[in-house]
Design a protein around this ligand. Structure first.
Ligand code: C5P
Length: 242
């Protein structure tokens, strides 16, 4: 089966613009990510509407709770038929194991991945919450914990992909946001008037070469004048068959 590498982040406050964008894309070329904003606004019905259009969905709700609650949330996500769902690795071993266990027997088991550390957190933010390790040490530690607990992979920055690929093996799924296309015209123009808030960015090809399995891309596609063309250009850059 076709396994598109690009996951497009539908960061919208309502169903209508998300569906309008989906209608300009093609399910053979990408998957779609529904996060907290859109899911809070539009819920499971939107997931169903996107699936009816043929798209596979990454439900990015980053569950982080006591083991039973996080596990039940994963189970419900699995029942929605999503392709991928995630939890916070900081929820700890028991929560990760419970989440893994909860979906193990699902008819359509989603890939279960963990957020290691939010990329918005730097060394000082870790110190604030009493963690003395460096961000890189934390990411590696949490990725290994997620793997031990049976999870399929982690969300990580492309900068961390090479290290995690080496340490966690070939089968481990690495999902990387913070991707900006190589063509300066695309990257610059699309975010004109909106300062780019991603600081540690990598091009799609470089991220895949560093070991990323899937690339989460939002605004470079969603804000393009022609989102399908932007997607085709990126797929071409990474050598994906259209
Ligand atoms: O528009 P852009 O390409 O920056 O979108 C990136 C997407 O990836 C957003 O949905 C953002 O919330 C998500 N993300 C991120 N960094 C993380 C985890 C998720 O940018 N560490």
């Amino acid at each position: 089966m076709n396994d598109p590498k690009i996951i497009i982040a539908l960061d919208y406050p309502a169903a209508a613009p998300a569906l309008a964008l989906a209608d300009r894309l093609q399910p053979a070329l990408c998957r779609l990510k529904v996060g907290k904003e859109l899911f809070t606004a539009a819920g499971p019905k939107l997931i169903e509407q996107l699936q009816q259009r043929g798209f596979e969905i990454f439900l990015d709700l980053k569950f982080h709770d006591i083991p039973n609650t996080a596990a039940q949330a994963c189970k419900v996500a699995a029942s929605l038929g999503v392709w991928m769902v995630n939890v916070h690795a900081l929820g700890g071993r028991k929560m990760l194991e419970a989440a893994h266990e909860a979906i193990a027997s699902s008819a359509q088991r989603p890939k279960l991945i963990a957020v290691t550390m939010l990329t918005s957190m730097a060394q000082g933010d870790l110190a604030d919450i009493g963690i003395n390790a460096t961000p890189a040490e934390m990411v590696l530690r949490l990725a290994k914990l997620a793997r031990e607990c049976g999870l399929d992979g982690v969300v990580c920055s492309a900068q961390e992909a090479a290290l995690l690929r080496r340490e966690c093996g070939d089968g481990f799924c690495l999902v990387t946001p913070g991707i900006r296309p190589a063509q300066a015209s695309l990257a610059g123009k699309l975010l004109a008037g909106h300062p780019d808030d991603q600081s540690r960015v990598m091009t799609p090809l470089a991220a895949l070469q560093a070991g990323a399995s899937y690339l989460v891309i939002g605004r470079p596609i969603t804000r393009a004048a022609n989102p399908l063309q932007a997607l085709l250009d990126i797929n071409k850059e990474i050598g994906e068959q259209a």
